[in-house]
Structure formats: C-alpha cells, structure tokens
Design a protein around this ligand. Sequence first.
Ligand code: PLP
Length: 378
Amino acid sequence: MINFNKPPFIGKEQKYIREVIEDRQKICGDGHFTMKCNSWFEKNFSIPKVLLTTSCTHALEMAAILANIQPGDEVIAPSFTFVSTVNAFVLRGAKIIFVDIRPDTMNIDENLIEQAITCKTKAIVPVHYAGVSCEMNRILEIAKKYNLVVIEDAAQGVMSKYNGKALGAIGDLGTYSFHETKNYTMGEGGALLIQNKNLIERAEIIREKGTNRSKFFRGQIDKYSWVDIGSSYLPSELNAAYLYAQLEEAEMINTNRLKTWNLYYRELKELEDKGLIELPVIPSNCQHNAHMFYIKCSTFEERQALIKYLKRKQITASFHYIPLHSSEAGKKYGEFYGEDKYTTTESERILRLPLYYKISEEDMSEVTNSIKHFYKGK
Ligand SMILES: *Cc1c(COP(=O)(O)O)cnc(C)c1O
C-alpha cells in the first residue's frame, strides 16, 4: 500500500512537546515555541510580522477582517482552489468574482484580473497552487492602480520563492497552512504574514479575541480590554512545538521533497514526450517547494481510469478541486467573470501522485512504473 501522504516527522517533536509540558508548564498560546516559530519566519523570509494561527483558514479570516471587507464588496479569486480561500471573505459578506486560471501553472491568470474589477472590488486573492507562484508583479501593479488589497493564499507555498522573495511575503497579507497535508505541519495550524506594517497592531487584537492583551503582555499598557471585533486564532504551544522541530530542518525537508519531485519528473518525461500526459510547468522566476507532483491526463475519463488502475495496485492518487463556481455555495456567493476556458477542463485532467517527506524510491518507482504500464500501447 502506498500512502498518498504521511505527515512529516523529524524526531525532535516529542522532545519539544515534553519541554512545553514538563519544563515550561505553559501549554496555551503565545509561549516560547510560538514566538520561536514567528521569528523564524520573520527572519528567514524578511517579513515585518508573522503570527501563528490555528489554521490557514483562520489566517484568511483574519486577513478578511484586516482588509475591512464589508457586505457587498467584491473579491477576486480563482475558482480552482480550496474553499477556505474564498469562504473567509464570504463570511464578511463579500461576493466572490472568480477568474479563470492559466493552464500552465493552474494559477489565476493575471491578464484576466483587470477586466473583472468594478467599483465594488476590494481585494485580490492569488493562490500559489502547488507552491508555484502567481505572476505577482502584474498582480501588485493592478492592485496599486485600483487601490486593492492583495492577500496571498500561500497555504502550499512555504519555502517557495518568486524572484527571490518568499511567497506570502509579497502582498499586503499572506497566509500559510501547517495542516498535516502540507510541507511543514503542526497537525492543524497556519500563519498570517503581515507585510503592511499599519496592519500589525490590529492583527494582534483580532487574534486575541478583540482585546489588546498582546500589548498588555509586553508591558505597554497596564490592563487589557475589549477594543475591536476578534476571535481566538492563536494555537496551543503543543502544536507550535511540533512545528518548530520541522522549521529547524526546513532545508532538509525541502531538499528531500525536491529530490522526489525531480525524480518523478525525470521518470515520467518520456510519457510527456510521447504526448500522452502533461507535466507541471515551473516558470523561470519561480523557485518551488515540491508541495505537489501532478500529471495531466488527456481526458477526464482517462484520469478516472488511471485512478482506478493505480488503486488496484494499492497506490492512492487523488485529484482536486471541484471548481468553486460550479459548487452549491459557489453559485450562491460568487460569480465567474468571463469565459471558463481552463478552470473546469484542466481540473478534470489533473492527477496528484503520492509525495511526502522521505517517500522511498522503491515506492516512487512503483508509482511511475504503474503509470507507464497504464499508458503502454496507447
Ligand atoms: C490547505 C489549504 C488551505 C487551508 O488550510 P488549513 O490550514 O487546513 O485551514 C487554504 N488554501 C489552500 C490553497 C490550501 O491548500
């Protein structure tokens, strides 16, 4: 049986978790390890402020509040993404304007954004699919021209770069996920990355139930009170301790994943050369993090047949996403602008292969050999 994913585990996680329980005796949020994780990102990715959160979903919800999204506002996002990308804005009363993707990277097509803008547009939410960056220079240029907030959903993009800059650290706000299916994990968790310094103080308040408790803990005020809307978006120290063990080894995890990714690419190139499948495209200004390895079959039917074939060989391969604009909630809360040229058709052809930290070469060979066997004689 070849698993689709196994959560990364380095070996120091238990030691750090034990330290939290036995030595530090502080297991709630914003303790030693949370601070260490925050500053690890701030330092390594040159970003003014990073706050660990309970999930990427919650980081996006915080971003929607910080961007002052009001009922009736419009937010531009791709339809080919996870629900949380847009749910956060719908919760604030926004309408989602879905824009088509580029078939090469599966990211929002930067050249289709401008025509979707109206006087109600407030924000653009690019999603860096598979840890490969959107064309951010163009997106920032449009945002500047129309005075829009840019919130990067970089859930899959930890350690990836665009023109040398860390994903999530390019727009006004960015979000990461540390769900167990992501490259670095704490079970459930995420982070909010704040580039726009004017938003830092309010972000701390929203994350602490709408109180100025963070300021109180730093001794900047002598009592804390309710000052804004907010919720409880800070994770437990137990989770932060697990994550920190992985951040210390971030390079090693990244290198291992890239090795796997490159091996898949090399092994499957012959099928692409024969015109049987398509392989992922990494633009030259993007440094990716091997979050995902996917292939594109020629049709939906062929993909379904391949999934079935691999399943018989005990290999789990999976697909996503059902385009949001065609879903029940997507129809209610959003609208596709322009022609759906690629979102639906490309999403129906995509197939993700097993990829996780330290997947064995034997398992990978079994995957690639099975795919080659499936295509034999086609
Ligand atoms: C995983 C993911 C999320 C949600 O992350 P959680 O931490 O599980 O809330 C959001 N957006 C994208 C693109 C994701 O891949």
